[in-house]
Design a protein around this ligand. Structure first.
Ligand code: TMP
Length: 216
């Protein structure tokens, strides 16, 4: 039997996924606060980004014109950022027993670069496997929202990080279906959250899903 004292303490890894303007960053703050209230130490982070080097790569990905990168280069940028993020932020936090809540992770590459821009899933899977082995979130919450509403919200935010918004409505409709498809294919890991409700309603649905998954 493993000695529970000697076994490394590991935290939990939760990701929020979804299209533009679905409210992920607001909801990450709400979830982190709710978990902290229960005495859990939370590291809230995001992709692309979440470590100094990955934040540099983020600027390359989210600013400028849509055609700035071909899809393979863009995928490798996403995974270069992710390797740094996992190595320097996520991995150490989990080993320290903290819970990590990330705004996007690998599912975003499968959806944006795969479903959206057409890189085949098997190629992304091989890159993912080379970079991350089989490291995956313990729980993924897919925030689902009407594309027109999401794009309108994202535009109103206007942070200058609008490269992917410029790919157009049809692209974003495919992304929405791509996220729902991932949720269908990995039902043990993913929960779909209706993001059309009020901020409080969505926060409650997210916390309920997290509490159910981790017996809180
Ligand atoms: P966000 O902070 O608004 O979610 O912006 C990040 C953007 O980067 C968003 O448009 C999705 C895009 N993205 C990818 O295309 N591939 C990825 O792997 C990740 C993590 C994000």
């Amino acid at each position: 039997m493993t000695d529970p004292v000697a076994a490394p303490v590991t935290g939990r890894f939760i990701t929020l996924e979804g299209g533009e303007g679905t409210g992920k960053s607001t909801q990450i703050r709400r979830l982190a606060a709710a978990l902290e209230q229960r005495g859990i130490t939370v590291v809230a982070t995001r992709e692309p980004g979440g470590s100094p080097g990955a934040e540099e790569i983020r600027k390359l990905m989210v600013t400028g014109e849509p055609g700035r990168w071909d899809v393979m280069t863009e995928t490798l940028l996403a995974y270069a950022a992710r390797a740094d993020h996992v190595g320097r932020t996520i991995g150490p936090a989990l080993l320290d027993g903290k819970w990590v809540v990330s705004d996007r992770f690998s599912d975003s590459t499968f959806v944006y670069q795969g479903v959206g821009r057409g890189l085949d899933r098997e190629t992304i899977r091989r890159i993912d496997s080379a970079v991350l082995d089989d490291f995956k979130p313990d729980l993924t919450l897919v925030l689902d929202l009407d594309v027109a509403i999401g794009l309108k919200r994202a535009k109103a935010r206007g942070a200058g990080e609008d490269r992917f918004e410029k790919f157009g409505a049809e692209f974003h409709e495919r992304l929405r279906q791509g996220f729902l498809d991932i949720a269908r294919r990995f039902p043990e890991r993913c929960r779909v959250i209706d993001a059309a409700g009020s901020e409080d309603e969505v926060a409650a649905a997210i916390f309920a899903a997290v509490a159910a998954r981790f017996d809180l």
